[in-house]
Design a protein around this ligand. Structure first.
Ligand code: HOZ
Length: 425
């Protein structure tokens, strides 16, 4: 029995399913989850001391690679001053100023402790601001696990075949309309029928929780114009794409200004941080200024702020995102070309530092097309790569991530392993 297997057996006694977040359980790919004990740069080491090139990066935050010395120093320095005060600190001010200067649509921002908190609060704020109840989300998009958003959701919900969770009252779910990603006609029809009832549309501007699905520009443009026309709040959930696909996030990349934006992952540099922000008149509906309540004991935690600020400082270096995007592109183009030579139905694509691998001929454009991927083929590939010391997300329905620590050697080694696999598959 490996140390990971042993730890998993023990964890199942007091932790439901042995994990604190479902996708980690390897339920979709089969086998036993790896327990990690250390990370450095592009690598993680499991409980048996085996090293892996890591393409999960804690599901996105580790954009600088693991244990970056400047981030670790910032965290240690902040911790020396005290862990939490439940009162404002200067670090929060620094973070808010930085976020509003980097995110094109953000006049004001509120800091929270997770992406789920950010999206849940943004929805409440949009409802409070408009006085309307209905929201639109898209099938396969995942916005954290708040009740109204766990309807036909992606990520773990999709991985385990329960896109709509038990425990969500029908009265809550009835206010959530689910439409198809990238379907302009359906969006227009819905707005023409009930535009005056729609409080908000929430979208992952690049979907990353049903594998990676890239948006069509025309789709994002119609979203913007329909929300403006009908007085609905457009929320870009950039928890995954924020500072991951570019310095000005997906909204900068596609040239769209949402009304509200949610952030998480990279913004905390590996610590629990989320944020939501946007237009001043909407943000001013929040307590203590306005009637929409939202609060948190650990919101804006100084140690977490220090990690986030150190990370955001480093990714503003000239050429950072060009290099990151080139790394992701080399990986996906390399994998696609190796698979093509072996006649395997496989495709891959990247947006900035995130990527998708698909066991089908072309990248999917919707949830329905994601479902056409050969999941069993992904699972076989996943396990072969793990054996070879390459760790991809343990689910066919998650995006992958590279960091600035992934260099030529790591990409070449990954491609070599994949070549060994595809040539025999
Ligand atoms: N919801 C995350 C993937 N999109 C998984 C989080 C985790 O297991 O850490």
């Amino acid at each position: 029995m490996t140390n990971s297997q042993n730890l998993f057996e023990k964890s199942r006694i007091h932790i439901p399913g042995g994990v604190n977040s479902p996708v980690r359980a390897f339920g979709s790919v089969g086998g036993t989850p790896l327990f990690f004990k250390r990370g450095k740069g592009a690598f993680v080491w499991d409980a048996d001391d085996k090293a892996y090139i890591d393409y999960v990066g804690s599901w996105g935050p580790m954009i600088l690679g693991h244990a970056h010395p400047e981030v670790i120093k910032a965290v240690c320095d902040a911790a020396q001053q005290g862990l939490s005060f439940g009162a404002p600190t200067e670090l929060e001010l620094e973070m808010a100023d930085l976020l509003c200067s980097l995110v094109p649509s953000m006049d004001q921002v509120r800091l929270v402790s997770s992406g789920t908190e950010a999206t849940m609060s943004a929805i409440r704020l949009a409802r409070g601001y408009t006085g309307r109840s209905a929201i639109i989300k898209f099938e396969g998009c995942y916005h954290g696990h708040a009740d109204s958003l766990l309807v036909k959701a992606g990520s773990g919900a999709l991985t385990f075949g329960n896109p709509s969770s038990a425990g969500v009252p029908p009265e809550t779910a009835q206010h959530t309309l689910v439409l198809d990603y990238n379907n302009v006609a359906q969006l227009e029809e819905t707005f023409s029928k009930m535009g005056d009832k729609i409080a908000a549309v929430i979208i992952e501007p690049v979907a990353g929780n049903m594998n990676l699905v890239a948006p069509e520009k025309a789709f994002l443009d119609s979203l913007r114009s329909l929300c403006t026309k009908h007085g609905s709040v457009l929320i870009f959930d950039e928890v995954m794409t924020g500072f991951r696909v570019g310095l000005s996030s997906a909204q900068g990349l596609y040239g769209i200004k949402p009304d509200l934006t949610t952030l998480g992952k990279v913004v905390g540099g590996g610590m629990p941080v989320g944020a939501f922000g946007g237009k001043r008149d909407i943000m001013q509906c929040l307590a203590p200024l306005g009637p929409v309540y939202q609060a948190g004991t650990l919101s804006g935690n100084p140690v977490a702020m220090a990690a986030g600020l150190a990370t955001l400082k480093l990714l503003q270096a000239p050429g950072f995102f060009e290099n990151l995007s080139t790394t992701a592109r080399k990986l996906t183009e390399g994998l696609a070309s190796i698979a093509r030579e072996s006649g395997i139905a496989f495709s891959a694509q990247s947006v900035g530092g995130m990527f998708g691998l698909y066991f089908r001929e072309t990248p999917p454009k919707s949830y329905a097309e994601v479902m056409q991927c050969d999941k069993a083929a992904f699972n076989r590939f996943f396990h072969f790569m793990v054996d070879q010391g390459v760790y991809f997300a343990p689910s066919a329905f998650e995006a992958g991530f590279v960091s600035m620590a992934h260099g030529k050697d790591e990409i070449e080694r990954t491609l070599l392993c994949a070549q060994n696999y595809f040539s025999k598959a």
